[in-house]
Design a protein around this ligand. Structure first.
Ligand SMILES: [Zn+2]
Length: 63
């Protein structure tokens, strides 16, 4: 497998962390994807809190 530098189009090994031709940093790209993953995590956490709160509210209604 190989990937291409988005900045200069240089062909690179899949595990390359930066472009040897122009110095483009792929680690920054990983940070961006990690951030979007965290955003998805936040949505899941909010949904879980809503379920717990609505569950507690139903328990309050029943007793
Ligand atoms: Zn490059």
């Amino acid at each position: 497998m190989s990937k291409y530098c988005p900045k200069c189009g240089n062909k690179l090994k899949d595990k390359s962390r930066f472009c040897v031709k122009c110095g483009y940093d792929f680690i920054n790209d990983d940070d961006k994807s990690r951030f979007s993953f965290n955003t998805k995590d936040m949505i899941i956490i909010i949904l879980v809190i809503l379920i717990v709160v609505s569950g507690a509210y139903l328990t309050f209604l029943l007793f």
